[in-house]
Design a protein. Structure first.
Length: 155
């Protein structure tokens, strides 16, 4: 099995050292599977998550669990990881900077919030609104038939 390690992690990011780079690569690899599995989508948070126990990460990296904890805290501080602790269960790990190569995944939070309501009319008025009027006589629709349209405009 191979794990993809992006070259950008070495020079184009603020990830420091092999442990941070490899840990983030392992998390991204697991996230690829989670994005295609609806059981790993958190509706409340609006994004996919992974479960990766610290002991398991320590085995992969051949370091102590204490070292893994330090690495994860660093990833959280740098914005690569969000940890949501659960009562009597493993923590959910969210990767806000994760970009999937394929778009066959569940919608992520950013996509939901950026497209939600984009084409819906707003009930808020702004100074640039041209069609605001206090005159209720000018409420006829242009779609009305000619007779009705004629009646509205003959006031």
């Amino acid at each position: 099995m191979f794990i993809k390690v992006e070259m950008d992690y070495f020079k184009g990011s603020n990830l420091k050292g092999a442990n941070e780079i490899l840990t983030y690569s392992l998390l991204c690899d697991r996230m690829k599977a989670s994005k295609n599995n609806k059981d790993f989508f958190d509706k409340k948070f609006g994004d996919s998550y992974i479960i990766f126990k610290r002991e398991e990460l320590a085995e992969y990296l051949d370091v102590t669990v204490k070292t893994v904890t330090k690495i994860l805290k660093s990833l959280v501080k740098k914005g690569y990881l969000i940890v949501k602790h659960q009562f009597n269960a493993a923590s959910k790990l969210f990767l806000p900077k994760f970009e999937n190569e394929k778009s066959t995944s569940m919608p992520v939070k950013e996509e939901i919030t950026s497209s939600f309501g984009k084409n819906l009319p707003s009930n808020k008025s702004t100074l640039t609104d041209k069609y605001i009027t206090d005159n209720t006589r000018d409420t006829c629709s242009e779609i009305n038939s000619l007779n009705l349209h004629f009646k509205c405009n003959t006031n």
